[in-house]
Design a protein around this ligand. Structure first.
Ligand code: PLP
Length: 480
C-alpha cells in the first residue's frame, strides 16, 4: 500500500469507524459465538500472495465483528469504562505513524518531554501534591505512562522491595539475600484488585490480605494490628497497596488513617491504586476523595478507563524517581547518550524497553475537551449512575449494595446468591445489556457501570427496564 492508496483506504476506515460507533445499537452487546468460532471460518495459514483490501475488510465485518464484545455499546455496563473519544483515536493514529520508540530522551526527545509535561498537567488537574510533579522547582518526583494499572502496582512493589532489601543488607551484611526476601510482607485489602496478588507472586514476597470494614474500606487500626503482629513474628512490612475506587464496589480505603501508620515503620512504601476513580478527581467537588494522598509514595490512575483516552494509557506518579529507577536501571552502552544527567530516560521507569508515543492521545484529549469538558463528562456519568441508583431504590424487591459516589452501582435482588446469579446469567444471555458480578461483604452482587462515552438517560432507563423484565420472569417461575 503506498501513500496514495493509504489516503483512500484511510478515509474509508474513518468512515467505517464512524458508522460502527454511530450504529452500535444495531448490534448485540455481546457476541453469540462459541470458543473456536474463528478458526472455523479463517484459513489455517497466512496467504502466500497479497490479498485485496476490500476482501480483508469484508472479512472484518463478516468474520471478526460477530465475535466482538462491543465495549463502547450504550448497553454495555460491565467492568469499568474502556475510554474512547475521537481526539484520542487520532492521537493513537499519529503515534502509530510517527512510530518512534521512546525509551530514552535521545531516542525520542518530544515523546519523552511531552509525556513529562502532560503527566504534570494531569497530575495538577486531579490535585496530586507538588512532590509528584516533575517540573516543579525542587521536586524529586514525576509521572510516567505505563501500559496498565497492574504494571504500575508491579513496578512500585519492585521499587519498594529493592529499597527494603538495600536497607536490610546494610543492617545485616552477612545474611543471605534470599533469607531477607523471605521476611518481606506486603499488605492490601480483600477489595484490592487481583493485580496486587499477582505482583506479590512475581516479586516473591508474602502478601497479607486484610478484611475491610463494613463499607469495604481498609482502616488504619486493622492494618496497624497486622503489621505489628507480623513484625513481632520477625517479618518486615515493606509495601502497602491501597485502593481509591475498588473494582468490586468502588469503595475507598482510608488513606488518612493508613498514611501515618505506614510512616511509623522504617521502610514502608505506600501505593495508591486509583485506576478508575482517580480520573474523577479532576472535578473540584470530588477532590475530597483524595484525602491522605500526601502520605503516598506512588499513585496511579488509568485515563484509558474514565478520561476519554483509548487503551493503553495508565498514568503513574512517584514522589521520588530515584527510589523507583534504582530498582530498574540496566544500562548497556548502546542505550546510553550524552544527556543522561539532564534528561529523563523512561526505560528506567518500567519493565519494557520500547514505548509508544502515548502522551499524544492524552494531550489531544486534554486540549480538545479542556478540563471543563472532561469535568462535565465525568459529572454526566455520575448523574446517570445516580439515576440508575434511584430506580433500584424505588423498587422494594431490590437493594443497593454500595455507596454510589461515582459511576458504579452495585445492586441485587433481595434473596439468595443463586437467584441473583440466575438473574444475571439470563440477562447476559439475552445480549440486550451486559453486566458482571462481584462479591461484596460475602454476597453476590451485580455491578452496573455507566460506561459508554455518550450514555443517555434513555440508555439507563432501558437497562432498568430489561433488568425488571428478567427479574419479574424469574420471580414468577420461582413462585410456581
Ligand atoms: N486496579 C483497579 C482498582 C482496577 O479496577 C483495575 C481494573 O479494573 C486494575 C487495577 C487493573 O487494571 P489494568 O487492566 O490496567 O491492569
Amino acid at each position: 500500500m503506498d501513500s496514495h492508496e493509504f489516503s483512500i483506504r484511510g478515509k474509508e476506515m474513518i468512515e467505517y469507524i464512524c458508522k460502527y460507533l454511530d450504529n452500535l445499537e444495531s448490534r448485540r452487546v455481546t457476541p453469540s459465538v462459541e470458543p473456536g468460532y474463528l478458526k472455523n471460518v479463517l484459513p489455517d495459514e497466512a496467504p502466500d500472495d497479497a490479498e485485496d483490501w476490500d476482501r480483508i475488510m469484508a472479512d472484518v465485518e463478516q468474520k471478526i465483528m460477530p465475535g466482538v464484545t462491543h465495549w463502547q455499546h450504550p448497553r454495555f455496563h460491565a467492568y469499568f469504562p474502556s475510554g474512547n473519544s475521537f481526539p484520542s483515536i487520532l492521537g493513537d493514529m499519529l503515534s502509530a505513524a510517527i512510530g518512534c520508540i521512546g525509551f530514552s530522551w535521545a531516542a525520542a526527545p518530544a515523546c519523552t518531554e511531552l509525556e513529562t509535561i502532560v503527566l504534570d498537567w494531569f497530575g495538577k488537574a486531579i490535585g496530586l501534591p507538588d512532590e509528584f510533579l516533575a517540573l516543579k522547582e525542587g521536586s524529586k518526583g514525576g509521572g510516567v505512562i505505563q501500559t496498565s494499572a497492574s504494571e504500575c502496582v508491579l513496578v512500585c512493589m519492585l521499587a519498594a522491595r529493592a529499597q527494603a532489601l538495600k536497607r536490610l543488607k546494610h543492617q545485616h551484611p552477612f545474611v543471605e539475600e534470599g533469607l531477607l526476601l523471605s521476611k518481606l510482607m506486603a499488605y492490601c485489602s480483600k477489595e484490592a484488585h487481583s493485580c496486587v496478588e499477582k505482583s506479590a507472586m512475581i516479586c516473591f514476597v508474602k502478601l497479607r490480605i486484610l478484611e475491610p470494614d463494613e463499607k469495604s474500606s481498609l482502616r488504619g487500626q486493622h492494618l496497624l494490628a497486622a503489621m505489628e503482629e507480623d513484625e513481632a513474628m520477625g517479618l518486615i512490612p515493606f509495601f502497602v497497596s491501597t485502593t481509591l475506587g475498588t473494582t468490586g464496589c468502588c469503595s475507598f480505603d482510608n488513606l488518612q488513617e493508613i498514611g501515618p501508620i505506614c510512616q511509623k515503620f522504617p521502610c514502608v512504601w505506600l501505593h495508591v491504586d486509583a485506576a478508575y476513580a482517580g480520573n474523577a478527581m479532576i472535578c473540584p467537588e470530588l477532590k475530597y476523595l483524595l484525602a491522605g494522598v500526601e502520605y503516598a509514595d506512588s499513585f496511579n490512575t488509568n485515563p484509558n478507563k474514565w478520561l476519554l483516552v483509548n487503551f493503553d494509557c495508565s498514568t503513574m506518579w512517584v514522589r521520588d524517581k530515584i527510589r523507583l529507577t534504582s530498582a530498574l536501571v540496566v544500562d548497556p552502552l548502546y542505550l546510553q547518550h550524552g544527556y543522561t544527567d539532564s534528561a529523563i530516560d523512561y526505560r528506567h521507569w518500567g519493565v519494557p524497553l520500547s514505548r509508544r508515543f502515548r502522551s499524544l492521545k492524552l494531550w489531544f484529549v486534554l486540549r480538545s475537551y479542556g478540563i471543563k469538558g472532561i469535568q462535565n463528562y465525568i459529572r454526566h456519568h455520575i448523574n446517570l449512575a445516580k439515576r440508575f441508583e434511584s430506580h433500584v431504590r424505588k423498587d422494594r424487591r431490590f437493594e443497593v449494595c454500595n455507596d454510589v459516589f461515582l459511576g458504579l452501582v452495585c445492586f441485587r435482588l433481595k434473596g439468595s446468591d443463586e437467584l441473583n446469579k440466575k438473574l444475571l446469567s439470563n440477562i447476559n444471555a439475552s445480549g440486550k445489556i451486559h453486566m458482571v458480578p462481584a462479591t461484596v461483604r460475602e454476597k453476590y452482587i451485580i455491578r452496573f457501570c455507566v460506561v459508554a462515552q455518550n450514555s443517555t438517560k434513555d440508555d439507563i432507563d432501558y437497562a432498568w427496564k430489561v433488568i425488571i423484565e428478567f427479574a419479574e420472569d424469574l420471580l414468577e417461575t420461582q413462585e410456581l
